[in-house]
Design a protein around this ligand. Sequence first.
Ligand code: NAP
Ligand code: F7E
Length: 400
Amino acid sequence: MKNNKVALITGITGQDGAYLAEFLLKKGYTVHGLKRRSSLFNTDRIDHLYQDPHAKDQKLFLHYGDLTDSLNITRIIQETQPDEIYNLAAMSHVQVSFDTPEYTANADGTGTLRVLEAIRLLGLTEKTRIYQASTSELYGNSLISGNKIPGAQQPGSQNSASQQSESQPLEAMLNEQSPFYPRSPYAVAKLYAYWITVNYREAYKMFACNGILFNHESPIRGETFVTRKITRAVAKIALGMQDKLYMGNLSARRDWGHAKDYIRAMWLVLQHDTPDDYVIATGTTTTVRDFITKAFAEVGLTVGFTGTGANEKGTIIASEKTEYNHLIHQEVVAIDPRYFRPTEVELLIGDATKARTVLNWIPEYDLDGLVKDMVKSDFRLMQKEKFLKENGFNTLNYFE
Ligand code: NAP
Ligand code: F7E
């Protein structure tokens, strides 16, 4: 496909960056990606897209860089002159942000400012469109805090928080008008990034947009996010490589979609006539506990839960396959309070009506399709690991 557009993706080595790079290359874009220097190769997710720099018609280019380095960001934007920037780079783990709050603020909050300001200083405000990776974590517990959120801010509104009625009823689902109440250093940093994006759009007429994406997962999701932790463990337990899965809050509810659907939404946001902010979500919410049940069901195992709080346990109560009969009565899920967060987001469910109607965004995966995709992929991965181990080869441990 003939396409002269140039895109720059920060965070190209992450889950979304890898899917988006593949998507844009298929559309004919020239894609530049920002990758961090690390002591080991960190490009696993995009290795299949790698192009030899000596080959003709190279379309993918990687640049060393970091969102905490404004000189570096400015130089790369100047050299690449992108039509579209997808700012996906971030310290994206909510629990880790409690351990690294200052770095998280720098990379996730001020990092976004660096990108926006570089576009402005380089005189690219009319050329370059920017997508900012905003998040459902901005909402925090706003759906369950009794519909009263003291001091909460109203996105898209000129009113200050104090002018907003505290008893204003909330919709059952979170949309572009719902109030924000961030509950982690990650979410607070992303709140700054959200508003600086809105501010640059309004102040400098930049085509700068927020995608407020709810949780999205895939077979290449980072291993310490809850869904991937579960699907890896389910595969390992079924194959006899792990006994038990230690978890945190099983009652947290999330609106989980598939990353492949969500990166398509990012692109649609930047193709629209006018810059705006959009919620991207499935509109269904599920507990972590139910995600575990569904994941075990994919390999033919039924798990039952007993007890409450830190004493809750999950035990295999039935098997569809005789080869797993030995697992019946095995305790496979236990709680480790170290996975509890200092402040938790209990419930997230999003209303993507605006994206569906304005952008014609139509997701292809539902939760069951997502779980199936992830378990299938991790089962194959663990079969390979098991084979290597049994034949005397070293494999990576990936302990959390
Ligand atoms: P991810 O897999 O954790 O990827 C994050 C990417 O950012 C990686 O490429 C990482 O590089 C890079 N990065 C981290 N710190 C950086 C820094 N200081 N400078 C440059 N690059 C840096 O995250 P994801 O799931 O793809 O999410 C993409 C974006 O969407 C993130 O901003 C995230 O906060 C946001 N988001 C995610 C979700 C979700 O459910 N996935 C939902 C809403 C919003 P390394 O590979 O070297 O670590
Ligand atoms: O946790 C609970 C945990 O780490 C989901 C990031 O992509 O999505 C992600 O943030 C829920 C939480 O994702 C464990 O307490 C229970 O309630 O998979 P998670 P997250 O915190 O929702 C948002 C939209 C982003 O923007 C972020 O970048 O699961 N939970 N037990 C656990 N979580 C983890 N990680 N590990 C556990 O053992």
